[in-house]
Write a protein that binds this ligand. Sequence first.
Ligand SMILES: Cc1cc2nc3c(=O)[nH]c(=O)nc-3n(C[C@H](O)[C@H](O)[C@H](O)COP(=O)(O)OP(=O)(O)OC[C@H]3O[C@@H](n4cnc5c(N)ncnc54)[C@H](O)[C@@H]3O)c2cc1C
Length: 380
Amino acid sequence: MVAERLMPTQESADLIDLTRTIVARELSPHVTEYESSGEFPREVFRALGGLGLLSLPFPEEYGGGGQSYEVYLQVLEEIATGWASVGVGVSVHALSCFGLLTAGTDEQKKKWLPELLAGDKLGAYCLSEAHAGSDPAAMRTKAVRDGDDYVIRGQKAWTTHGGVADFYKVMARTSDDGANGISCFLVPADSPGLRADTPELKMGLMGSTTASMLFEDVRVPAEQRLGDEGHGLQIALAGLDAGRLGISAVATGLAQGALDVSVAYAKERETFGKPIIEHQGLAFILADMAAAVESSRATYLAAARMKDAGRPFSRQASIAKLVATDNAMKVATDAVQVLGGAGYTRDFPAERYMREAKVMQIFEGTNQIQRLVISRDLSR
Ligand SMILES: Cc1cc2nc3c(=O)[nH]c(=O)nc-3n(C[C@H](O)[C@H](O)[C@H](O)COP(=O)(O)OP(=O)(O)OC[C@H]3O[C@@H](n4cnc5c(N)ncnc54)[C@H](O)[C@@H]3O)c2cc1C
């Protein structure tokens, strides 16, 4: 079953069709292999970049697709329905490029964006540290000015694409002034002193490499600082508002995949002489799953339209992330139930969806932190 979409233009409807073809041809056949081996599918990102699917929400003058978030997120959802790890990777890559667009000089944009948007270079986003996840202002990694350079020393935790990226957007402390003492830097992967630790052994998303990045006196020219000194956390958090919309779309795509597997199974599997979808008790689980998927989609699209209209959308992005990822966890758990014992085996993808959904409630701000953002906005 494909998701029913009302796209704003014929061009965007064609883009969805193209994405579905690419997902069926280039992504779906490889999911099990990569998710079992834990290998990173770098060539998939090159292929998506070559087709323009890594650059959709960026301006055309820098090699972007010039598409609205309403369109980009629906393409991302389709990718994630096929392969959640790749959906997460596309979203994180966009997050790593986002600060360049909002805070970069024209020179920085022209130098870095075209190769990133074409997929020739893969980006990563280094904000979290072992003791500073929900509270990034507690970070300790330092960038000390030395002539025309900064020297970065410390460790960033949990970096998606850590060790496989070509470029890291790094937030580091340039003064002791709390949240106002953090700056943002562009650090190429081949910078001397930069290396990745052993990748994390995760519950799911095995095809998405996650590792700590170790900075041992990494020298970065001052012209690779994004924005003013002390504005790094603002740049990082503004990127996260858009990134949370990306994760909302990925979670919705994953939930759609879990629903599709469940409906197909429920039409085939028979108990008491009829397909289980004809037992009302089971059919109502499917109905609730479908309602959850559609609510997630409607919620992230409402937030995307606020962003596209140039309106503040931070609260709506947090609501979308909260709704879509909680729904994904519920839908994926129900998918395992619908498939019964088969759902608990690796013969079907239901158990994988369940393992993958969990982390969506954790990264890019846990869902407790989303509630904090929403409630703070309400109390203003
Ligand atoms: C697979 C994966 C990929 C990731 N990728 C990246 C990446 O690419 N770049 C990056 O920078 N980071 C990344 N992260 C890090 C992620 O963003 C953090 O794990 C997340 O922000 C939570 O931080 P923490 O793990 O330190 O948990 P903590 O901050 O230690 O939180 C622990 C618990 O306490 C709760 N909590 C904390 N503070 C509050 C509060 N004020 N009120 C109520 N509850 C609270 C949390 O919700 C959570 O349940 C990734 C994480 C994972 C697991």
